[in-house]
Design a protein around this ligand. Sequence first.
Ligand code: CTP
Length: 414
Amino acid sequence: MRAMSQPSLAGRRILLGVSGGIAAYKSAELVRLLRKAGAEVQVVLSDGGARFITPVTLQALSGHPVRQSLWDENAEAAMGHIELARWPDLIVVAPASANAMARLATGMTTDLLSTVCLASDRPLMLAPAMNRLMWAHPATQENAQRLRTRGVQLVGPAAGDQACGEVGDGRMVEPADLLTAIGDALGSGGALAGRRVVITAGPTREAIDPVRVLSNRSSGRMGFALAEAMARAGAAVTLVAGPVALDTPAGVERIDVESAADMSETASRAARDADIFVGCAAVADYRPAQARAQKIKKHDESLSLELERTEDILERLRGEQPALFMVGFAAETENLAENARGKLARKRLQMVAGNLVGDGRAFDREDNTLTLFTAEDAAELGSGTKRELAGRMVERIAEAYDASQSAGTADARR
Ligand code: CTP
């Protein structure tokens, strides 16, 4: 069904695979619509696809060189195929020929498109297009079923007149309908659709010498769960992650950092065009005043380390962007409400998520208990897994962000 309004795909990255079929001409229109909706588009054109549409057309519309071969040294030097496979939020193959579907179903990598799909953990959407008998053939139906059970989303085919003169199932769905399906898959109708979010997560590591560090017990789970939930709600999410052993959530851009200073620089750069910033990382408050160039040997009975303060990332960002909507975390061992409210005011945040830590609570565990503090109220999110709490928290962030925007607009009108 066609959506009433255009989805917003601002900042979202779509890798469009165009395989061989007369419907390849429709992919030009799809690229145009995706760009208009704000998405960044890179096209991979198969040999078959290139017989129906020229790379020049797709390059002009997408604004990026079109990738055609695994063996193009110049293109590989600019962005290798593995990097290309990690680049998008969503891979769309439109049109998806019977041949392309067969290769994707069996994992045969015979060209750049099939290789990129196999090398990617990003969601995959196919818009099949072929003669009705090819679509109805048990071989294609089995491949379609196999792909579906693997989580691949098939959109269409639609029924109607075919280029070959026959009538039946096999037409590629119209680009506008595909745009709607892409918007839905990327959560463009979600509570944070079109918003750019930067979130820090995990611990930091501060070097003592080349082999030793000061760090903390943060696992990064809460921040990763939030990044995932915000992407699902339609936001373009950049996750600035300290050293953690977690997979990157689907559709999230991740930048790995190590020290508080790295995290601060990276977060500040990433947040320049952000709408919302969430500081979920357990950033070291102190670091060794001087990291030793050589490994410290155990000559002495005791050893003192002089520590100095690290920069507070939230305070830095508030200085740089007085109007940015910012959410912080308060991990406290006592007086939760008082301490969280103190942070809300001192760091001039719009929201603080408070939790009690210590005695085995919160850190390095799957579950947590959170309370959200704003200037107006305190909302208990209760207990649950960090993923459950992240889902609840994202709804509240979206509500508070929307309220802050309409308050801002009302202020501007006065
Ligand atoms: N934080 C930050 N930069 C730092 C330290 C903390 O941005 N160098 C952020 C955390 O990501 C979190 C919030 O600040 O969102 C709360 O961190 P915390 O260290 O507990 O707050 P402080 O105000 O430093 O208070 P405390 O004395 O409890 O450490």
